[in-house]
Design a binder for this molecule. Structure first.
Ligand SMILES: Cc1ncc(COP(=O)(O)O)c(C=O)c1O
Length: 390
């Protein structure tokens, strides 16, 4: 069978036309499906006959989104969830049990840390955090009961890049699974499963939608991991993706390639400019040669991505001044939108974790995160320049 290019799959994969032969994907806004008779209902519930039953389990619009995203990530299977956090919850609840241990990067999204520390810990699952990107630090954190290695690469908000292949080997040598949150790169820039990861997590709320409209999430990987464990949890516990959101996300995927390329190009231009600015102490962007894992990012990713973080001189006061001086850029916690967004991680996305954990993760008071959108780079630069001053 001919394998199509990723741009073609983003537009064409997962289409299953109805009897009306619609061109645009149909939106099946229904909570349940009708059976022809009692015997068919019984056969469907027993799993003896394929077909839809109830939209918590399956829905054709959700299935189309799952199949399209699976094609893009090169995954055997995908389950869509109500949000990125519910994708992480479903994965951990399905694969871990009391007494298991997780090793996570300390540079993961704040709510992920909360989930590991405050929710999973109640069920006897312990997590250790690793501050560094090098495999030796991860190896030192392993225990005989380690079942999962968890990371984001590039990480949010410091854009640290982790060696997926090296960490996959490490995980497999110890009988654990490597789970990668691929939110920042999307399959357009990086395909973790090809590099050896066992599961990929998405907050579809970000670039997959790309226009800040809906919440959604997904878990992708080998069929037995995704369908036996994670899908089973979803079917029972119910954090399923709504068909409406799946339809919006399907349409988002169609433009994912051109958005990621254009937004990454602008981010690189902005990062280069910020690096020359006298009021900027440090720029975190994998596409810059000054980034500690620049060479790894070049091997692992198609580009540096669209998120640039930078530290201004003058701590929180100056960082807030930059934010409050913007006129074009949106002050909002989301990222991955066509509209450029800016956040102060220390007081927003990472505000609920302890000051100690924040310091360990390198989230300083002067740090700002910009997720570059589709506006002109000149206008984004002008917006930041106003607050940075000279
Ligand atoms: C890297 C990363 N993973 C997961 C999430 C959680 O996704 P959601 O907000 O869709 O639950 C976020 C949200 O900002 C994120 O940035």
């Amino acid at each position: 069978m001919r394998i199509y290019d990723i741009e073609t799959l983003a537009v064409r994969a997962g289409i299953a036309r109805s009897q009306f032969n619609e061109h645009s994907e149909a939106l099946y806004l229904t909570s349940s499906f009708v059976f022809e008779n009692a015997a068919q209902a019984a056969a469907r519930f027993q799993g003896n006959e394929p077909g839809n039953i109830y939209s918590r389990f399956t829905n054709p619009t959700v299935t189309a989104f799952q199949e399209r995203l699976a094609a893009l990530e090169g995954a055997e299977a995908c389950v869509a969830t109500a949000s990125g956090m519910s994708a992480i919850l479903a994965t951990t609840m399905a694969l871990l049990k009391s007494g298991d241990h997780v090793v996570s990067s300390s540079g993961v999204f704040g709510a992920t840390v909360q989930l590991l520390n405050n929710v999973l810990s109640k069920f006897g699952i312990e997590t250790s955090y690793v501050d560094k990107a090098d495999a030796a630090a991860w190896k030192a954190a392993l225990r005989p009961n380690t079942r999962l290695l968890y990371l984001e690469t590039p990480s949010n908000p410091l854009t640290e890049v982790f060696d997926i292949t090296a960490l996959a080997h490490l995980a497999h040598d110890t009988g654990a699974l490597l789970v990668v949150d691929n939110c920042f790169c999307t399959p357009i820039l990086q395909r973790p499963l090809d590099l050896g990861a066992d599961l990929v997590i998405h907050s579809a709320t970000k670039y997959l939608d790309g226009q800040g409209r809906v919440l959604g999430g997904a878990v992708l990987g080998k069929r037995e991991l995704v369908m036996d464990g994670i899908y089973g949890f979803l079917r029972t516990a119910g954090p399923s993706l709504s068909p409406f959101n799946a339809w919006v996300l399907l349409k988002g995927l169609e433009t994912l390639g051109i958005r990621m390329e254009a937004q990454s190009r602008s981010a690189l231009e902005l990062a280069r400019w910020l690096e020359t600015h006298p009021r900027v102490a440090k720029v975190h962007y994998p596409g810059l040669p000054s980034h500690p894992q620049h060479e790894l990012a070049r091997r692992q990713q198609r580009s540096g991505g669209a998120v640039v973080s930078f530290e201004v001189m003058g701590g929180r006061e100056q960082a807030w001044r930059v934010i409050d001086s913007t006129r074009v850029i949106s002050i909002t916690a989301n990222l991955g939108d066509t509209k450029t967004t800016i956040t102060h991680p220390a007081t927003t996305t990472h505000g609920r974790i302890s000051a100690e954990a924040r310091a360990r993760a390198g989230i300083t008071e002067g740090l700002l995160r910009v997720a570059v959108g589709l506006e002109s780079v000149r206008d984004i630069r002008g917006d930041l320049e106003r607050g940075l001053g000279l």
